[in-house]
Design a protein around this ligand. Structure first.
Ligand code: ADP
Length: 207
């Protein structure tokens, strides 16, 4: 049980997963809303019966998982479908992430939320917000090589997210991910020490 939740966010390709893994290696618990969304929509996932009831059998693949391409096409051609999808998934993700934060067995929890800046309900849960930041050109480059997307596709995704300035405005701490992984590790180590200190202060005050 941990009373200290650090919200971690950043734009696509900024390095959220990489930085989250470094925090876990240092000893933090991780609750990742993207991973929860994947669990919910994987084979036998708790959201699948609701998605099949709402959208029909074409949104599942042979394994029973969400067929992401089919869903993407549906959302593209039907604007209410996106809202329907979010109305099914978001409350489940909120509930499960909240339960996992409460059950976490570590001095503090990293709550990774890609759209944290866009969401008041997640921001309110966090004692602190750490933003993973890098120049937009680097984001584009990383996502093009990681996902095999075109530059236009990556910039379209980025345009639908909060801007770099908006994210930095809500940040209590910033991880600058524009150098190598050793540099990243050093920044995470410093923040880990800080979060251990802050979580111990909170635990002491709550005694
Ligand atoms: P996000 O979770 O924010 O989308 P990732 O952590 O998946 O971003 O990083 C995007 C890609 O860039 C991944 O392939 C990752 O391995 C790579 N990457 C991230 N940070 C660095 C870095 N400092 N040096 C080299 N590659 C990096």
């Amino acid at each position: 049980m941990s009373d200290f939740i650090v919200g971690l966010t950043g734009g696509i390709g900024s390095g959220k997963s990489t930085v989250s893994d470094l925090f876990v290696a240092a000893g933090a618990a991780l609750v990742d809303t993207d991973a929860i969304a994947h669990e919910l929509t994987g084979p036998g996932g708790a959201a699948m019966p609701l998605l099949l009831a709402a959208f029909g059998p074409s949104v599942a693949d042979a394994s029973g998982a969400l067929d992401r391409n089919a869903m993407r096409q549906l959302i593209f051609s039907d604007t209410t479908a996106r809202k329907q999808l979010e109305d099914i998934l978001h409350p489940l993700i909120r509930q499960i992430s909240s339960e996992r934060c409460a059950a976490a067995n570590a001095p503090y929890v990293i709550l990774a939320v890609p759209l944290l800046v866009e969401s008041n309900s997640y921001r309110e849960r966090c004692q602190r917000i750490v933003v993973v930041d890098c120049p937009e050109s680097l984001q584009v480059h990383r996502v093009m090589s990681r996902n095999g997307l075109s530059e236009a596709e990556v910039t379209a995704i980025m345009a639908a997210q909060a801007t770099r300035v908006e994210r930095l405005r809500v940040a209590d701490d910033v991880v600058h991910n524009d150098a190598d992984l050793i540099n990243l590790q050093q920044q995470v180590s410093r923040l880990h020490a800080k979060y251990l200190r802050l979580s111990a202060e909170i635990a002491k005050a709550n005694c």
